[in-house]
Design a binder for this molecule. Structure first.
Ligand code: SAH
Length: 234
């Protein structure tokens, strides 16, 4: 009898305790080894990285690799960034509650989810319609009702919701899109990989102070290219 009960609980456990997440330890190790040990200290960022179930932002095939120290394919030739880069970009924009946030390049939705753990609202734009709808479904399933996504070319930002306190661009552009700089609020922070697609790019931070832009070069990165849509582009 006892044996039968044990077997039933093993099989049913997943359904009785759906909140049990077998990747908690993997996530905590990821944060310690890849993120805090490399110098990320912002408490909100670390908390968000410990919480967001990264394995649910990749396909089944890559699930067990989700907490590794590398980017992973998400289909359509695109990638989910390496955890450290997501944490770094999150820390550098100094997220907090009221800061209205725009992300360009939703992809899997992982970076948006990390930001949405900290700020009230995240707007996010993805140029590949399939990825935009897959990530929207994921936000819904995981309860991220504070992420508002749309499909389109993010070059022109999202004027209806501007200005933004935070803008995070997760695709490499050879120039910084002017509309995004224009949509940055006073004291706003914009982070973007700048450089030739396919090569190593420089991650840049732009801060708007008294209407002027201060630029800082942060580090070298490798991102997928920022694309332009023919119909949407101006
Ligand atoms: N932030 C994503 C990273 C995805 S890779 C994540 O956490 O998974 C970058 C994404 O930017 C790709 O999905 C790509 O299709 C998208 N992208 C490229 N150019 C774009 C543009 N002009 N506007 C919006 N999205 C763009």
């Amino acid at each position: 009898m006892r044996f039968i009960i044990i077997i039933i609980s093993l099989i049913m456990g997943k359904y009785i305790f759906p909140q049990v997440d077998e990747y908690v330890a993997a996530r905590n190790n990821m944060v310690r080894i890849q993120i805090t040990d490399r110098g990320i200290t912002n408490a909100a960022t670390l908390k968000a990285m410990r919480k967001v179930p990264r394995h649910l932002f990749v396909s089944k095939e890559y699930e067990s690799d989700a907490y590794g120290d590398y980017p992973l394919p998400i289909g359509y030739g695109q990638t989910i960034s390496q955890p450290y880069i997501v944490a770094y970009m999150t820390e550098v924009v100094k997220p907090s509650g009221k800061k209205k946030t725009l992300e360009i390049g939703t992809g899997s939705g992982y970076q948006a989810a990390v930001l949405a753990e900290i700020v009230d609202t995240v707007y996010t734009i993805e140029i590949i319609p399939e990825l935009a709808s897959e990530s929207s479904a994921r936000f819904k399933k995981l309860g991220y009702s504070n992420i508002i996504g749309k499909s389109g070319d993010g070059y022109n930002g999202w004027p209806e919701h501007a200005p933004f306190d935070i803008i995070v661009v997760t695709a490499a552009a050879d120039e910084i899109p002017k509309p995004l700089v224009d949509q940055l609020a006073e004291n706003g922070r914009l982070v973007i990989p700048v450089g030739e697609p396919g090569a190593i790019q420089e991650l840049m931070l732009l801060v708007k102070k008294n209407g002027k832009i201060e630029k800082t070069r942060l580090t070298f990165v490798r991102f997928v290219p920022f694309r332009r849509s023919k119909t949407d582009g101006r």
